[in-house]
Design a protein around this ligand. Structure first.
Ligand code: SF4
Length: 327
């Protein structure tokens, strides 16, 4: 514990992660800073490889073996990055719950869903009947039909949408203050996606739970996020209130993302990929990592890395020309 006064529920300050791949090492996360406030949804958005999932996993020390970290992850008044693994395990699942992308990988195939959802209530010393009642209530809350029938089912006996709901029920069992959801709807069909997202958004409203949502899908973010953190090549490109970021981006990368997604900024019905390939955090271009793809690039961009700076209260951009970016 420290005497640092809490400013947000979760405050990430200059988070760095260094990974080794063979003989080379790479700073895959480079000075990531953002915060998550109670009762709000913060979206981590970016293309594949931008570091958004790595960021989410670093917050709760779920990193590949050998990863080195620096910076701070303030959880209320405690720095989780410097905390012992045992303490982080206590926080994870209890105060901070994680909903993974692929429930089939995250759920134990040899245990019934009822047993898995009931793990925390059981650890709390509830009687067998009380655990069962709690699990049935959780299954009902996440919209699983016939909870009495489903409680004894194994994960493979459920549909993809139901498995994702089981993951959410597991997350809720510990009554967390923050839920980290990593692409929670990617594997689902469009209708089920909408239902699962509505369920997560409803929880935030009813329970005041904060949500950190990781997604590559800007349409999802436009619908549910209060605040956005846009990531590129393991760095924060831009962050601020979601509506302001989407309506008047202050980074050419955010603008390109928004302009290439149907129904966010354009009338186009088809998402077009961004031109050029995403930068590899193991081999970042010098200066601004986005410069090979940026229409506004100048000589300065090729040599000087732009730092994340506050343009107006709550709006940050890591672009030398942020003030000149037009929607
Ligand atoms: Fe483009 Fe330069 Fe801004 Fe990078 S710093 S996004 S290259 S204008």
């Amino acid at each position: 514990m420290t005497d640092r006064p809490p400013t947000a529920l979760l405050d990430v300050e200059d988070l760095e992660v260094v990974l080794a791949a063979g003989a080379t090492t790479g700073t895959v996360l480079d000075r990531i800073s953002f915060s998550v406030d109670a009762g709000r949804t913060t979206g981590l958005i970016g293309e594949s490889g931008s570091g958004k999932t790595m960021t989410a996993m670093a917050l709760v020390q779920l990193l590949p073996a050998g990863a080195r970290t620096a910076g701070h992850v303030w959880w209320r008044e405690e720095d989780l990055l410097g905390a012992r693994a045992r303490r982080v395990r206590q926080v994870r699942g209890r105060e901070i719950a994680v909903i993974f992308q692929d429930p089939l990988q995250a759920l134990n195939p040899t245990q019934t869903v009822g047993r898995q959802i009931g793990e925390i209530p059981r650890r709390d010393g509830l009687s067998r009947d009380a655990v069962r009642a709690k699990v049935l209530e959780l299954l009902d809350r996440v919209g699983i039909p016939d909870p009495e029938q489903r409680i004894d089912a194994y994960p493979h006996e459920l549909s993809g949408g139901q498995r994702q709901r089981v993951m959410i029920a597991m997350a809720l069992a510990g009554e967390p203050r923050l839920i980290i959801a990593d692409e929670p709807t990617t594997a689902l069909d469009v209708t089920t996606q909408a239902r699962v997202l509505a369920l997560i958004a409803g929880l935030r409203e009813r329970e005041g739970t904060a949500l950190l949502l990781v997604s590559h899908d800007l349409r999802v973010m436009a619908n549910v996020a209060d605040d956005l953190v846009v990531m590129y090549a393991g760095r924060v490109a831009e962050r601020g209130p979601a509506r302001a970021v989407l309506d008047s981006p202050r980074h050419p990368y955010t603008r390109a993302l928004a302009n290439n997604v149907p129904s966010v900024r354009t009338r186009s019905a088809i998402a077009r990929p961004l031109p050029g390939a995403p930068a590899n955090p193991f081999d970042r271009p010098a200066g601004c990592a986005f410069h090979p793809r940026c229409p506004l690039v100048t000589d300065r961009c090729r040599t000087e890395t732009p730092r994340l700076r506050e343009l107006e209260p709550g709006r940050f951009s890591a672009c030398h020309l942020a003030e000149e970016v037009t929607p």
